[in-house]
Design a protein around this ligand. Structure first.
Ligand SMILES: [Zn+2]
Ligand SMILES: [Zn+2]
Length: 377
């Protein structure tokens, strides 16, 4: 079998890998047939950031937690990349009850057990059992975040399969939810719970850094009854996608004049965008920042936030907690999340296609031929 490896900036390659051994009694083995590229993966692919981040951490300009997630030399290749997939289950362990071979499932980007204190609180990407003292336990970030491999592979081992694997409803086209493992769920958490608390609220999204998350957020906000959604981005193609969802759009140069929003989504990944999003909020508003702010000591307008009584929500997304509601919503409404996808590339072409400078890339291959009946390992 083969897995896609990040080798160095701009270079990816297939590498042969030993197939997984017998499936663990509580685990499963799945075969991804769609893999979407997380917005965050473009950071090491498009820029040679490894040495710069290492130097930045050494002199205190970059937050040391970057090393805890991505290694002492962050993003040093080779490592298995990819953490958004739709997969078919190929084998389940003897104790697994809720999924069976042949089912189509989403695999969340972070590994979680479903029973620890963090999982029970919905903080599934901070699972106490899986992280075991590490910052994250996840697919596709390299060995510092666990030995789970990446999702662009022929066989992915999934622990805690009854909890981890979330079946895709039969009526949902898999391409629609290709990014549900991470970025689609990230867009969801940034607007759906905040709008539930602020019904009919006005939403502003500053896009272009976390390229697909901002667009998913725009579409989901409109679909959840926002009074208005303003999507700002300097990229005309992304503005057209947001307009297709029903958002009003404009360039980021309008950011400084924004005021009176109930919900803000900061997806520029820039400190100036974060400050502008916070200043754009009405009293009681909430800003969810979905990008990376790697520098130590990012400045925030704390006095303005105090005076306006606003909330800043920062943190990893917890797709496993949100996926049942998200998938049921997509099934019920036909929400066209696939409109954010800008390239569907052939799986075999992954080393060449994955670095594409595009908003949202999805790799696709044929599913296995139908089997006769479920199989158990
Ligand atoms: Zn991601
Ligand atoms: Zn847990």
């Amino acid at each position: 079998m083969r897995e896609l490896h990040f080798v160095r900036s701009g270079r990816l390659a297939w590498r042969a890998q030993t197939p997984p051994g017998p499936v663990d009694p509580d685990g499963a083995i799945v075969r991804p047939f769609l893999a979407a590229r997380c917005d965050g993966d473009t950071l090491p692919i498009h820029r040679p950031v490894s040495r710069a981040l290492q130097a930045g951490i050494a002199v205190g300009l970059v937050d040391p937690v970057v090393a805890a997630i991505c290694g002492r030399v962050p993003f040093r290749g080779p490592f298995c990349i990819g953490h958004e997939c739709v997969a078919e289950v190929t084998a389940v362990g003897a104790n697994v009850q809720t999924v069976r071979a042949g089912q189509t499932v989403i695999v969340p980007w972070a590994v979680s057990c479903g029973t620890c204190r963090s999982c029970r609180r919905g903080l599934t990407s901070k699972c106490d059992t899986a992280t075991r003292g590490r910052t994250l336990a996840a697919y596709g970030f390299g060995p510092s975040s666990g030995d789970y491999g990446g999702m662009i592979t022929d066989a992915l081992t999934v622990p805690y399969a009854d909890h981890m694997l979330v079946p895709v409803p039969a009526g949902v086209p898999p391409l629609r939810v290709a990014a549900a493992s991470d970025n689609l769920a990230d867009g969801w958490r940034a607007v759906v719970p905040p709008l539930t608390d602020r019904g009919g609220g006005r939403v502003v999204i500053l896009g272009g850094g976390a390229k697909s998350i901002g667009l998913y957020a725009a579409g989901l906000a409109i679909a959840h009854g926002a009074a208005a959604v303003d999507y700002l981005d300097d990229d005309a193609a992304r503005r057209r996608i947001a307009e297709g969802f029903g958002a009003r759009t404009g360039p980021l140069s309008r950011t400084g004049r924004l005021r009176g929003y109930d919900v803000a989504v900061e997806a520029t990944s820039r400190p100036a965008g974060l400050r502008a999003a916070l200043r754009a909020l009405a009293p009681g508003g909430i800003c969810t920042a979905v990008g990376y702010y790697l520098a130590s000591g990012t400045r925030l307008p704390l006095m303005q936030m105090y005076a306006t009584d606003v909330t800043l929500h920062l943190g990893v997304s917890h797709p496993r907690a949100d996926l049942p509601e998200l998938l049921a919503f997509v099934d019920r409404t036909g929400f066209p999340a696939e409109d954010v996808t800008t390239i569907v590339a052939d799986w075999d072409d992954a080393p060449r296609a994955y670095p594409a400078r595009t908003t949202k890339l999805v790799l696709q291959r044929e599913r296995l031929p139908d089997r006769v009946g479920p199989t158990r390992a």
